[in-house]
Design a protein around this ligand. Structure first.
Ligand code: ADP
Length: 220
């Protein structure tokens, strides 16, 4: 396991952020979530945030060169030994750029974890999803006693519904995923190692355990 990065691939709402938490606990990886980085930029009102906000609210992808730039800057600034990429890459151009940057900063190749979830499940999960403004922890009104505006049980920040978790944006994100991100499955299948986990129909804990076990299996 020491010799790999990890990449979480899957539709919006597949549980990338949730399983990322389990993977971080289990393996010594730096977690890079482009979604969280972009949302932080939006909150901070930076130039990047202003540019990203419209794309994000509409459920569209932020342009490749922008996202590739922030990932590259982060890797060059922090020089991690191993990384868990969450929400990146999302297009073939991002996947190619990632390979280049990893070579440049001396990062190893990745085990790709493909989280498979049906469209119906995605819509149902995302429409109940809430996130903490402060610590970015994710909750769901389906499982947690929580509503928009509540205090985050983890850090006391405010919990809110993301603009892109509203119905129309969810449909758009699924379209974008099918058109631009799903082709990465084939891209990585031929490069390997790629593991597939059916990420629904069980508890979060059980699914996280499956994800961790699948990574261990692929690393052996
Ligand atoms: P989800 O996986 O649930 O859609 P994310 O937090 O990963 O949520 O992404 C939210 C939004 O941030 C995306 O819809 C997109 O607008 C933007 N975004 C995040 N990562 C990328 C990326 N790698 N390339 C382009 N846009 C991105």
């Amino acid at each position: 396991m020491e010799k790999y990065n990890l990449i979480l691939l899957g539709p919006p709402g597949a549980g990338k952020g949730t399983h990322a938490e389990a993977l971080k606990r289990e393996f010594n990886v730096e977690h890079i979530s482009t979604g969280d980085m972009l949302r932080a930029a939006v909150r901070g009102g930076t130039e990047l945030g202003k540019l990203a906000q419209e794309y994000m609210n509409a459920g569209a992808l932020v342009p490749d060169e922008v996202v590739i730039g922030i990932v590259r800057d982060r890797l060059i600034a922090t020089r991690p030994e191993r990384v868990l990429f969450d929400g990146f890459p999302r297009t073939p151009a991002q996947a190619e750029a990632l390979e280049q940057v990893c070579l440049q900063v001396g990062l190893p190749r990745a085990i790709v974890i493909y989280l498979e979830v049906s469209d119906d499940e995605v819509v149902s999960r995302l429409s109940g999803r809430l996130q903490c403004h402060n610590c970015a922890k994710i909750y769901n009104t389906r499982y947690d006693q929580i509503e928009a505006g509540s205090e985050c049980p983890a850090c006391e920040g405010e919990v809110y519904q993301r603009e892109d978790d509203k119905a129309e944006a969810i449909r758009q994100r699924l379209r974008v995923y099918r058109e631009q991100t799903a082709p990465l499955f084939d891209y990585y299948r031929y490069r390997g190692p790629l593991v597939e986990v059916r990420a629904e129909g069980s508890t979060i804990e059980a699914l996280s355990a499956e994800v961790v076990a699948a990574v261990r299996g692929a690393a052996d």
